[in-house]
Design a protein around this ligand. Sequence first.
Ligand SMILES: Cc1ncc(COP(=O)(O)O)c(C=O)c1O
Length: 481
Amino acid sequence: MTADNPQLSLTRQQMQRFGQAALDMIIDHHDTLADLPVGKASDPQVLGKWLNEEPPEHGSDPLEVLAELNSNALNNTMNINHPRYFAFVPGPSNFASAVGDMLASAYNIFAGAWLGPSGVAAIEIKALNWLKQLFGYPSGSGGLFVSGGSMANLTAIAVARQVKLRGNMTNATIYFSDQTHSSVRKDLAILGFQPYQARIIASDAMGRVDVRALQQKLDDDRSRGMVPFCIVATAGTTNTGAIDPLNELAKFCQGEGLWLHVDAAFGGGAILSPTKRKLLDGIEQADSITIDPHKWMFQPYEIGCLLVRNEQHLSDTFRVQAEYLEIFDHSEATEQQINYCDYGVQLTREFRALKFWLSLKVFGLENFGAAVDRGFMLAKHAQTIIENAPKFWSICTPAQLCTLTFSSNLLDELPAKTAEAILINVVRQIMASGKAMVAPTRLDGKMVLRLCTINPRTNKEDIDFVIGLLKDTILKALNKP
Ligand SMILES: Cc1ncc(COP(=O)(O)O)c(C=O)c1O
């Protein structure tokens, strides 16, 4: 038998039938999400068979393939968008951005270089200009969209290393708090730093870096011949939503000649709220800022962003020449016309800016700001419920940004190991029920519950429900009526 479709093409009617069916699935998903389970596990037997399928020799009807996809994969997944998903930092995306992703993929856009009449690079430049403006960055600053917060932090540290160390990493040291996201340690390892070169500083009870401890460590290191070059501050720690003292750290870094990178992967979303953005005061003084629009800027995965105060530093770090790329240099790239492949790791880049631009155009900043404000309101609401039940609950850290941590007094009375085993079991049971998703974390070694309430489709009733569910499940686990 010979293949009869070597061009891998579909007729207009076939595309319409296939595309419409897929679009109907997407619309249905968005429209009914709140009524679906937060997550549903696959039947291991069905999944096992499906996993071991041989590569298909012959094609199938696209609608049959979509049905298979639906029943075997999409229906059995964790719905990160779900209004009762409160674990980690949720990813409450939006439909307009999903359309943006669909268009970017369908047009298969190369967003690596300004080639000819590049409307594509223009959209990335525009979207970045909006972010630069929101974050108070001056002209001469720049940035790029990347896959997420981890990649933005990696890119930032690579730039800091280039600018401050000129590539000589011997004895170089970098400072950040014990609440800094794990991606920073991973990024340092990728960049070739040894674990001892990462200096971890204690944080206070709310999770903010202790600047006095930082100064002591730095003085001590300098006296031992180390070469401090960078501080990574966090604006919105993953554990508790804490924001390091940004103004103080900016002054500190200026005085010490250090690069200040602010990881605002989580907290950066607060910039969209006219009433809350003052929480990030001082961020505009950072040498670089990680933003993660696929978190609290409501974008679908993947889109992270790095802003750098001096745009030139990006190309100084990442620009390499190759004979097959010379055409990029002879394009009309100017200050307004950028080859983004010279600004980061990727040469071929997807058109991430499109979804961000499209959703901002469709909803406007005012709606994004209101969505962020809603998250603050929901976290405060959760805090009030917990505080109103002091016999059962204790607050560990109050609502900071949209995150609060708390524990059950009944569990606190038990030996730590027993309490932890029960808590893990409780969280697993809730996850398996599909009614909500909550994940614990650890503060000062103690396992605690944590809610992150950034989904604007969450209602106060969802918060009431999940706290009630946690309480009931804990009581049941303790055999208490
Ligand atoms: C503060 C912070 N930084 C960095 C990251 C990593 O971001 P990503 O998962 O997009 O790589 C996260 C993820 O939750 C985060 O909370």
